[in-house]
Each structure stands twice: as C-alpha cells, then as structure tokens.
Design a protein around this ligand. Structure first.
Ligand code: PHE
Length: 462
C-alpha cells in the first residue's frame, strides 16, 4: 500500500509486470503515435527506423539505466536522490527535471483535452469534421470564441483522471491504472494497424516504409532521431528516476530496461505502419505535429468505411497513451513535496492539478483564441513575440530536457562514478555490457546531448 506521509515506509511496485507497464506507459505517448510516423516518413522509411533503433539500443537504454540507477540507489524523490548520491551536490538536477515535468504536463494535459474533444467529435459530429477539418480544428482552439471545451472542460476531465490516479498512490493508482490502460492500448493499436495495412492501396505506403531510402541519411536526420528517442523514452524529466526509486533491489534493471525500450520502439514502429499506409491509400500528405494528427487524418477517416468509428478509436488510443504519460509526469513533483515538506499526498496532488490547469490553459488559448492571440501577434507586422505555447515547448524540449539529461550523464558518469553506479545496476553480481555502458554514460551520451543542444538552440534543427 502506498503511504501518504514521507515518514512512512516508501512505496514499491507490487510486481515486475506492474513496473514494466507503468514505465512503458510513461514512454508510450503522443510522441510514439503522432510524432514518430511523420518523422519516419521524412527520414526515408526503414532508413530512419534502423537509425532510430540503433540510437535507442545504445544511447537510449544507457541513459535510461543511468536514471534508474540514481532512483533505486537514492530511494527518494529525484531532488533528494541526486543530493544523497552526490553528497549534498546535484540536487538541482532533480529539481530542474521536476520543473520541466511540471511545465510539460501543463500543456500535455491540454493536448489530452483536445484528444478527448476529438473522440466526441468523431462519435457525434463526424460530418462537421469532414466538411472542414481545418476549420473544425481552429474552431476547437478558439478562433471563433472562447474554447470552453478544449481549453477548460476536457483538460479538467483529463487532469482529474491524472490527479485521481496519483492520489491513490504508486501501487493502487499508477500500477493498477497501467495494468488496465496498457493492454487496452496494445489491443487498439493492433486493430487499427491491421485495418490500415489491409486498406486497398496500402501497399504503396508499406513498401515506402519497408524500403530504406539511404539518401535521406544526414546529420539532421540523425539529430531528429536522437531527439525523438529522448522524448519517446521520457528521458531527462526525472520520470525514470522517480519510477526507479520504487523498484526493489531484486529486480533485474538491465532486462527490464531492454523490455521497456523494446515495447516503446515496437509501438512507435507499429504506429508508423498504422498511419503511413492509411495516408498513402487515401492520398493524404503525411506530415508532422498537431495539424497532421488533427487535420490531415480527417481525410483518411472520411474515406474509410465506418471511418468515424475508426477515428474515435484512433483518438481513444491517443488518449490512453497520453494519460499514462501524464500520470508519470505528476508523480515526481508530488513525491518531492510529500517527502521534503511532509505534505499530505492528496492535498499536494489537488494543488498541482489546479496549478497545472492554470498554466496550461494559456497553451490552448495562445493557439487561436483571438483576444489572447492579439497580445502576441501584431496583425500588421506579424509575429512580435513567439506564441506562448511555442515558447513553452521550445523552453522544455530544446533547453530544459537536454540540459537535464546532460547533467544526469555527467553526474552518473563522473560525480557518482560510472563504475560505482554500475554496481547499482548489477543483478546477482552480473551486468552484461558493463564496459559499453560506462563508455556511453561518460563520453558518448554527453557528447551526443551537446550536439542535440547546439543543433536545437543555435541552428533550430530537429
Ligand atoms: N514519452 C512520451 C511520448 O512518447 C512523452 C513524454 C514526455 C512522456 C514527457 C512523459 C513525459 O509521448
């Protein structure tokens, strides 16, 4: 049972399966289902997928292991865990990651609300969506008035589900929810993928994906794959550290990390096989980001028999993926307040829910809600300030996440010491590929993150 006060024994995952599903639930999110397919398309199909798999297998797994090691050794929330291992230094890394998690969750929950709105949309008014997909999307965001549903009502429902889960604790809340939601997600994904690849005309998309186009291999493509792998594995946000602090010493971290990374990657690849063939079959241009997930796909569902049901199922899939990721983003900040200040878990979680909503609402409002958009835009001169939503994403994705991940690698590799850290990862005295892991954490991972940082900040790549 999860305890509500920091003075009581720490919570632990009740089973290996629960731990794996919870962490996979964090990893499998919007990134897998709507970002990965577009990137795989642009990156030359199988060429991108192969590069991506290599990055996950070497870099992604190494950093995830490092994060798990800090959490399990620390047996505390991320800020306290870094501080304990660093003998009083390094707590800022945990705190930075917790702030990152908070900001990301504020807008992630807004997008969760949009997804809910689209489930309703496909069930109740698919004709309106098909008639004008762009207008529907912009209308949802407030181009014609205050977007009550997408900025207020649905995000509140989404956040309430997250808050409810976190209040119930690690085992009764997160673990139990993951055990219900994740199998549902896998099932839906299989159904939708089978539907997509059996559509007449899907073969073209399939062969595009299966045939590696190596002419697309470039520095930028590798950078995109790197950024995507970090985001997809939920690295640099104190999430893996937090979940690692609930893992018992008996568990085999290397094996579990391999399973979690494989699950995440399989889901991303399946999502590509779901989206790209359907998009080819319906003659839609595959793209990236929100406009693709909300606008272009409407044409796909419009042409498909029973498209509105498949549409609703697709957004339900996105919803499940987003919910388990959002849950993982809130656990770290809550654990920090409970353990550091002895706060009541329930009260802290509710306060976070309110604060997240208060910040997040500006994300939706800054997209298309005209009264607010006017603050950021000057009609005659175009952009004065970057829209608030873009600014939040820039701050977290380009700056805070890479800095957090870089600091983590340097901390584990050099301050804690990679060979000392590797003892935490050992299982029954064994740690296969230890030497490779040490080289990764000390040299290769920090270097790659510096490249991501410079590429993202200076050249605006990826
Ligand atoms: N890993 C999630 C995804 O692929 C994204 C995420 C980001 C989850 C941040 C938690 C925290 O969408």
């Amino acid at each position: 049972m999860e305890k509500s006060k920091g003075t009581q024994p720490r919570a632990q995952w009740a089973s290996s399966l629960g731990f794996i599903l919870a962490t996979a639930g964090s990893a499998v999110g919007l990134g897998n289902i709507w970002k990965f397919p577009g990137k795989a398309y642009e990156g030359g199909g199988a060429a991108f997928i192969i590069v991506y798999i290599l990055i996950v297998a070497f870099l992604g797994m190494s950093i995830m292991l490092a994060e798990f090691a800090v959490g399990r050794r620390g047996q505390k929330n991320p800020a306290a865990a870094f501080e304990k291992i660093g003998h009083g230094r390094g707590g800022w890394i945990g705190k930075l990651s917790l702030i990152t998690a908070f900001i990301i969750l504020s807008y992630y929950s807004q997008v969760g609300g949009w997804v809910l709105k689209y489930i309703e949309g496909y069930l109740m008014e698919s004709g309106t969506i098909y008639a004008d997909p762009t207008g529907y999307f912009l209308g949802m965001l407030g181009s014609s008035g205050m977007p009550w549903q997408s900025a207020v009502i649905y995000p509140v429902i989404f956040l309430a589900m997250v808050v409810f889960t976190i209040i119930r604790g690690v085992e009764e809340g997160i673990e139990r929810m993951s055990k219900i939601l994740m199998p549902g997600l896998f099932l839906l994904l299989i159904v939708l993928t089978v539907r997509a690849v059996t559509l007449p005309g899907a073969a073209e998309g399939l062969s595009y994906l299966l045939r590696p186009d190596w002419s697309k291999l470039s520095f930028q493509m590798v950078l995109v794959a790197l950024g995507q792998a970090f985001y997809s594995l939920s690295l640099g946000m104190a999430i893996i550290t937090t979940y690692g602090s609930y893992v018992s010493r008996r568990e085999n971290l290397v094996k579990h990390t391999a399973i979690i990374c494989s699950l995440d990657t399989v889901v991303a690849i399946m999502a590509a096989f779901m989206v790209i063939p359907a998009v080819f079959a319906m003659g839609v241009q595959p793209g990236m980001g929100g406009s693709f997930a909300f606008i272009s796909l409407a044409e796909v569902f419009r042409q498909m028999p029973m498209g509105n049901l498949f549409g609703a199922a697709f957004y339900l899939l996105l919803f499940l993926a987003a919910l388990t990721s959002a849950i993982s983003l809130l656990e770290g900040p809550v654990a920090y307040f409970v353990e550091t200040f002895g706060c009541d878990r329930k009260k802290v979680t509710c306060c976070f829910g309110i604060a997240l909503f208060a910040l997040g609402i500006f994300y939706t409002l800054s997209q298309a809600y005209l009264p607010l958009k006017g603050i950021w835009f000057d009609g005659a001169n175009g952009l004065i300030f970057p829209p608030f939503g873009d600014f939040m994403e820039f701050l977290t994705d380009r700056l805070m996440v890479p800095v957090g991940a870089l600091a983590l690698c340097l901390f584990v590799g050099w301050r804690w010491g990679a060979s000392e850290a590797s003892r935490e990862i050992e299982h029954n005295g064994r740690f296969p590929l230890r030497a490779i892991w040490i080289a990764m954490v000390k040299f290769i991972a920090p270097l790659s993150i510096v490249v991501i940082l410079i590429g993202g900040l200076v050249f605006g790549l990826a």
